[in-house]
Structures are given as structure tokens and as C-alpha cells.
Write a protein that binds this ligand. Structure first.
Ligand SMILES: [Fe+2]
Ligand SMILES: [Fe+2]
Length: 197
């Protein structure tokens, strides 16, 4: 157990070191997301240290340009779908997940998937995935910038699924109003959670 804790702390510190070198606004967003993920973990009885690690790792590749994301994703044999080809920023989660798993040696599949799917969500998310997903969307600065998110923030404290549904409703509606493309995984997440109710 001591060894496992030591390994976790070492991994956490390595990720923390990588975050420290990121551009300031991104770094601050990551820390706010981590703090919220930790708090949500405590509220919902989910291991807050693993939530914090997922949140700390989620945007490790967010500073890369689209062309770099495509190049590095191809190098890592990450499957690239037409939505990602059209909008390579979608690859920053999958790429960071590969870094975390393959290069930093994280063998916690739930934490790795919380990074991989944090942008779109996916059906059947585990609690850690749900917490990293929603913490990223409703961290304090985003909440302050968008009063519509208050309802999401209120709901996520009581029920993670309700918070995610509220967020997806807002997001999908505004994407459609702007004639944007809704990622199929976001729609699948909505369908899965709404049918579960
Ligand atoms: Fe992200
Ligand atoms: Fe983020």
C-alpha cells in the first residue's frame, strides 16, 4: 500500500511538473478544474486523489496547435475520426491520455479515460470520468463567465448525471443555434443518461 501510494504521488508530481510549464491561463484553468474535481470527489464519495490526477492531466496537450495534434496523434497511432480531422482540437484529450498511460506509466484506466473523453463525454462514464468532464466545464471562471451554467453547478453537487444532462442540453442547444456540428459522443452521452432516468 505504501508502495502504491508512493507510486501515485510520484506520478502526480510528474504531471504537476508538466502542468507547471504550460501557458499561464491554461495552467490556471487546470488547477481550478483539479480543485473542483477534488471537491466533487469528496461530495460524491469518489477517490478525490484519482479525480484530482485526472483533472490535472486533462489538458496537458491543450496548448498544441491543430497541426501538431494531428502529427503527434498519428505518431501515437491514435485513431482519428472525421470530426477530429475537421476539428483537431478534439484530439487533445486522446493525446494527453496516451501520454499519461504510455509515457508516464499510469495504469489507472478510469483516470486515463477521464482524460481521453473529457471533451465530449461518452456513454457509461465512470464516476471519475463524470467528475473530470463536469469539473472542466463548470470550473469557477467558466461559471463566472456564463451565468447559464449556475444550474449545471447546482445540479452536479447533488447528482452528477443531472449536472451532465443540464450541461449537454445547454451545449447542444447553443451549438445547434450556431449551426455547429454536435459530436456524436456528446449526443450518445445525452441519450444514454436520459434513458437511464
Ligand atoms: Fe480540454
Ligand atoms: Fe479543460
Amino acid at each position: 500500500m505504501i508502495n502504491v501510494t508512493h507510486q501515485f504521488d510520484k506520478l502526480y508530481d510528474r504531471v504537476d511538473g508538466m502542468v507547471a510549464s504550460l501557458p499561464l491561463p491554461l495552467k490556471e484553468h487546470i488547477y481550478r478544474t483539479r480543485d473542483l474535481a477534488r471537491r466533487l470527489g469528496k461530495i460524491h464519495g469518489v477517490d478525490d486523489k484519482r479525480c484530482a490526477l485526472g483533472a490535472l492531466s486533462h489538458d496537458l496537450a491543450r496548448h498544441l496547435e491543430g497541426s501538431q495534434l494531428l502529427i503527434q496523434s498519428r505518431e501515437k497511432n491514435i485513431p482519428i475520426n472525421p470530426y477530429e480531422l475537421d476539428s483537431p482540437v478534439l484530439l487533445h484529450g486522446p493525446l494527453a491520455a496516451v501520454w499519461l498511460e504510455s509515457e508516464l506509466g499510469c495504469d489507472d484506466g478510469e483516470v486515463v479515460n477521464s482524460v481521453r473523453y473529457h471533451t465530449t463525454g461518452r456513454p457509461c462514464m465512470t464516476h471519475i470520468e463524470k467528475i473530470v468532464f463536469i469539473a472542466d466545464k463548470v470550473e469557477p471562471e467558466k461559471l463566472a463567465a456564463n451565468p447559464e451554467l449556475v444550474l449545471v453547478a447546482d445540479k452536479m453537487e447533488v447528482d452528477l448525471d443531472e449536472g451532465i444532462l443540464e450541461y449537454l442540453k445547454l451545449r447542444v442547444r447553443s451549438t445547434m443555434q450556431q449551426k455547429g456540428v454536435v459530436h456524436p459522443l456528446a449526443l450518445e452521452t445525452w441519450n444514454y443518461l436520459i434513458q437511464k432516468e
